[in-house]
Ligand binder design. Structure first.
Ligand code: AGP
Length: 611
């Protein structure tokens, strides 16, 4: 949710931290702040964006070789200067930044108030800091020990970074539930919620696990568990280039990521799909192929856009592999007492790999004996490390808060898994298998063709940007695409939009239809098309404005619509990877036309690491 950065070493800490916060701003942008240690603690923080803080502290004393920085997504306490991180302890000697939620903070606060503590903010984080300081004082111990003792009493999720005036080279960090990466440099260390703040300085990183505590000095990194036992850091090499996290000349990351999809889908297929030999190689799936083939059911667990990918996959798995699939909202699945049997196969779908609801849901399922396979984009993320096996989506860093390229890459991976299992189960005949394999191989090119509709989609966006509501409709494989289109528009343009199975309309939503309501149909040629055409006529009969995504050459459908966006012909199983593209662009251009920050939409964050 929030973004955290830390640095200790010979370089100037402030520029490294500010740059890192800008890279992490997609994680939360309600307020920001830095704490620097140089002959005393200096804290600068402010409501709003990193750039606003930067302008605000020009000319201040920013010289230091150690510091921590935070960009916030507010959970406890409204966005304001006083609730911004870092927080300083009652003694003025300790500073903390935190990503997560301390669920028992009210109880800890009461204990501290009884001891005479008062608080300058409404945050759970300031309570935790003073709780740590109280232990440090009472137990006459160092900060590391005080943090260890305190965390044994804490309930909730956290990554915390602390610095102490009395120990001017050390950052104490700890993690449970939220992500923490430590970058190893020559005589320096970097800390971040992900690797983007350190990518330009080092490719050597350590992913910190739950219940681990790090003692970080310029030339030393010690990892320990809460039992005070040392853990050998597992150093991994990053396989990402800096350019991947730059805008590359595009106005927004969202537009760049939409236009990256021909390449990202190709990268997702590369080395896995051989359309000539007719093979699909996915080692992280192959290992569990028997369990998947023998599974009575597959439970897909995810949130948001990833949940929509799961819904498309439900249709595909049932069609190609004849396995019953249930698609679950992770947040509901984890609190409902779902029936999980030993050997059940869970597929967890997540771009960030850090979504708390999904992570906790699969930890529960795993503890009940289920096989957990992850379909994840961020390498080394918690869901990837918690899963038994799975497959990365190789879409590269996705910075725009609205997920785009990760969605089509998720569909590509899930389709490959269903094809593989369906063929190995002898459900799928060779010719149908080869037809779909070759169709999948052609998708990157067809996406590139679809992206050429860019200008006409921009014009349609301009036409409907002032609409108060939108309805998105589709049938079969295109129903989840309609849901995804509606979600994109909501996220980016703040226009109320709903997605529905087209046939469901007659059971209520059609009451919304009048000449002011744009209705977006995902109406590519498929086995439901004739039915969708009737639905379009029902909307036209009530003067609704119809925008339809149709297959190239479908002139009869085009003739009944107010606006159409054309995509190339593809098998109905593969078409969602094409029909979603115009919906991504439509949302993008409406958001831009309304002059909203499409990369950082209000109230949202890229990775939801709290429940
Ligand atoms: C999608 O545009 C949103 N950013 C959001 O719904 C997202 O899909 C959801 O939070 C799940 O995230 P994940 O894929 O990283 O788990």
């Amino acid at each position: 949710m929030c973004g955290i950065v830390g640095y200790t070493g010979p370089k100037e800490a402030y520029p490294i931290i500010i740059k890192g916060l800008k890279r992490l701003e997609y994680r939360g942008y309600d307020s920001t702040g830095v704490a620097l240690l140089n002959h005393g603690l200096k804290v600068y923080k402010k409501k709003g964006r990193v750039a606003e803080l930067e302008d605000n502290i020009v000319g201040k004393d920013l010289h230091a070789h150690i510091g921590i920085g935070h960009t916030r997504w507010a959970t406890h306490g409204e966005p304001s200067d006083r609730n911004a991180h870092p927080h300083v302890s009652a003694s003025g000697k300790l500073a903390i930044i935190h990503n997560g939620i301390i669920e028992n903070y009210a109880q800890l606060k009461q204990e501290l108030v009884k001891k005479g503590y008062s608080f300058t903010s409404d945050t759970d984080t300031e309570v935790l800091l003073n709780f740590i300081e109280e232990i440090k004082k009472n137990n006459k111990c160092d900060l590391e020990e005080a943090v260890r003792v305190a965390l044994k009493r804490v309930v909730g999720a956290y990554v915390i970074l602390l610095i102490d005036e009395d120990d001017p080279e050390t950052i104490i960090a700890a993690r449970k539930g939220s992500p923490l990466v430590i970058g190893i440099g020559k005589g320096e260390h970097f800390l971040g919620s992900d690797a983007s703040p350190m990518l330009e300085y080092t490719k050597e990183v350590v992913y910190v696990n739950d219940y681990e505590l790090a003692i970080v000095k310029p030339d030393e990194l010690i990892l320990k568990n809460l039992g005070n036992e040392k853990i050998t850091p597992y150093v991994q090499k990053l396989d990402v280039e800096l350019a991947a996290i730059e805008k590359g000349g595009y106005d927004h990351f969202m537009l760049k990521e939409i236009f990256e999809q021909p390449q990202t889908i190709y990268d997702c297929l590369r080395g896995r799909l051989d359309a000539i030999a007719g093979t699909i190689t996915m080692s992280g799936i192959q290992e569990y192929a028997d369990q998947i083939m023998d599974a009575n059911r597959i439970v897909m667990i995810a949130c948001g856009t990833s949940w929509h990918a799961g819904l498309v996959a439900e249709y595909i798995f049932e069609e190609l592999a004849r396995i019953n699939v249930e698609v679950e909202y992770a947040s509901e699945f984890r609190y409902r007492n779902p029936v999980i049997n030993k050997g059940d196969v869970i597929i967890a779908i997540s771009q960030s790999g850090e979504t708390a609801d999904t992570l906790v849901a699969i930890e529960n399922a795993k503890s009940k004996g289920a096989i957990v396979l992850g379909v994840v984009n961020v390498v080394g993320s918690s869901i990837a490390r918690t899963s038994h096996g799975g497959a990365y989506t190789h879409a590269g860093p996705e910075i725009g808060v609205a997920s785009t390229k990760a969605f089509t890459a998720q569909l590509a991976v899930l389709t490959m898994i269903a094809l593989k299992i369906g063929y190995e189960k002898d459900i799928l005949q060779r010719n149908r298998y080869m037809h779909l394999l070759n169709g999948l191989y052609e998708i990157p090119e067809k996406v590139a063709w679809t992206l050429k509709q860019n200008e006409s989609i921009k014009a349609i966006a301009e036409k409907y940007k002032d609409a108060r509501d939108f309805l998105y409709l589709g049938r079969g494989y295109n129903f989840p695409v309609a849901l995804e289109g509606a979600l994109k528009l909501k996220e980016i343009s703040y226009i109320h939009a709903e997605g529905y199975p087209a046939a469901e309309m007659k059971h209520g939503p059609i009451a919304l239809v009048d000449e002011n309501l744009p209705v977006v149909f995902v109406a590519t040629k498929d086995s439901y098309h004739h039915k969708v055409v009737s639905n379009i006529q029902e909307i036209k009969a009530r003067k609704g404005k119809v925008i339809a995504v149709i297959t190239e050459g479908d002139d009869s459908t085009a003739a009944m619509c107010d606006d159409v966006i054309i995509v190339p012909e593809a098998d109905e199983i593969l078409a969602p990877m094409l029909s979603v593209i115009p919906l991504q662009l439509l949302a993008y251009y409406i958001g831009v036309a309304k002059e909203y920050d499409v990369d950082k939409p209000r109230n949202l964050a890229k990775s939801v690491t709290v429940e």
